[in-house]
Ligand binder design. Structure first.
Ligand code: PHE
Length: 443
């Protein structure tokens, strides 16, 4: 993994020592599930698009996943030492080129292009992550934004223009808990240098109503699908609540949580766009809001899909269940799981090199080893034939100072029964790569 090249979608990219993207990831880049007809992720995208109509909102569904560190981090005000930039969390092609970790990577350029008042960007995003039924290193996000231009509204009164746009939005009757003040000095501050309190309040009000309407569209469909699957199903009234949070590129910022199926679910992040981003994008007179939502978890919930790997399945028993759904987004049917193939648990235990022994032949020590490293080895060996990987034990030997780790790998295919021989081969390869790449000692 020194310097070399990699071919993605017919383009050649030069790699350097930062290159850490395995082939099982690169190979999936062309899949583009969010635009695949009748795919649950694509259906979810269409439902959300219906809440943010053209031409006020312009849709971008084909932006390349390969972006610069400037697009993904710097343009959004991420500090130099932000953990998201680490190789343990992000797939790099080279030092300044990576697979986007979020759709916000396109915020600055879309503001700069300035082609519409609002936009929706849907895209595949990539994060090195754990393995379980709700995590996959590729997932999908939708980013939305709405801007107003001080120079273009009557009398320059942007707050008034925003309130008048808010009046035109539909109302809803769900219960909303919003205990926070519109902004919170220190914790969630008004951008004092750029916005008056009344402007920030107007932006936040338009943002919140828009996103509450989105939740209504999504979750009333989930309730209807649940009811269709089980006529006795009684749904609790939909509730949402706004929670303060932090993003480097919005202030104030919130998360929206939805009470559904007995749990509070964190659904999206959003906030008032940092004015520096508009200024840097050459549109300093604009103000507005942005949000980002994960599509996969929503699709799982809408259709009751039990395992995120199913989205990548090309099995007709999966895909055929969603045929022609896009033609009628008001008639969703829940997924009927086909029987699960047997799984097989195997543990791998090993000693990491002591932290003091770095150098010499030792390739990795306790500091260099990251959970995501084993996740990735398992994925590169067994592909989608693994359901989850869990750290089950971890301790430091009192006298040698060596650290021991034990991971439990649950091998299970969605498509077939794995033979014991097959899983043994996978498991031996995992141990072999761990030893070779990280210098661990298998116990
Ligand atoms: N990009 C953020 C994330 O991935 C979500 C977000 C988008 C938050 C836009 C605020 C505004 O978590």
């Amino acid at each position: 993994e020194k310097s070399g090249t990699v071919n993605i979608d017919g383009h050649i990219y030069i790699t350097d020592s930062w290159f850490n993207t395995p082939h099982n990831i690169l190979d999936k880049i062309p899949r583009r599930l969010h635009v695949q007809k009748d795919h649950p992720v694509s259906i979810t995208r269409q439902i959300i698009q219906s809440v943010f109509p053209e031409p006020t909102y312009k849709y971008y569904n084909n932006l390349s996943p390969i972006v610069s560190t400037y697009q993904n981090f710097d343009s959004l005000g991420f500090p130099e030492d932000h953990p998201g930039r680490a190789k343990s969390d992000t797939y790099y092609l080279k030092k300044d080129l990576l697979l986007r970790t979020h759709t916000s990577a396109h915020q600055a350029e879309t503001f700069r292009a300035n082609l519409s008042d609002g936009y929706l960007i849907s895209a595949d995003v990539y994060r090195r992550d754990e393995i379980d039924r709700s995590h996959y290193p590729i997932f999908h996000q939708m980013e939305g934004a709405r801007s107003w231009d001080r120079a273009k509204v009557p009398n320059g009164d942007v707050a008034k223009a925003i309130w008048s746009d808010l009046e035109k939005l539909p109302k809803h009757d769900i219960e909303v808990q919003d205990p926070n003040p519109p902004f919170h000095p220190k914790k969630n501050p008004l951008q004092e240098a750029h916005h008056s309190p009344s402007e920030a309040k107007a932006i936040a009000a338009h943002l919140k109503r828009s996103l509450e309407l989105m939740v209504v569209q999504i979750f009333t469909r989930a309730q209807a699908a649940a009811k269709k699957a089980d006529p006795d199903y009684v749904h609790e009234p939909l509730q949402v609540r706004w929670v303060e949070t932090y993003f480097p590129f919005t202030s104030p910022s919130w998360e929206l949580e939805v009470y559904y199926g007995g749990d509070w679910l964190e659904v999206l992040g959003c906030g008032v766009v940092k004015q520096e981003i508009y200024i840097e994008a050459g549109v300093p007179d604009q103000v507005g809001w942005a949000f980002g939502i994960g599509l996969d978890r929503i699709a799982m919930l809408l259709f009751q899909i039990p395992d995120i790997r199913l989205f990548w399945s090309e099995d007709a028993r999966f895909l055929n269940q969603f045929r022609n759904v896009s033609a009628n987004l008001n008639q969703l049917r829940r997924f009927k799981p086909f029987s699960k193939y047997p799984g097989c648990y195997k543990d791998v235990s090993f000693w990491l090199a002591p932290t003091s022994a770095a150098g010499g032949n030792v390739k990795a020590n306790a500091h260099d080893f990251h959970d995501n490293d084993i996740m990735e080895i398992v994925r590169s060996v067994a592909g989608d034939a693994v359901e989850d990987v869990k750290l089950v034990d971890e301790f430091v030997h009192p006298s040698t100072g060596r650290k021991s780790m034990c991971y439990r790998i649950n091998y299970r295919s969605l498509e077939r029964t794995l033979t014991n021989e097959e899983t043994n081969v996978y498991h031996a390869q995992v141990a072999e790569i761990l030893t070779r790449r990280f210098g661990v000692e298998i116990r």
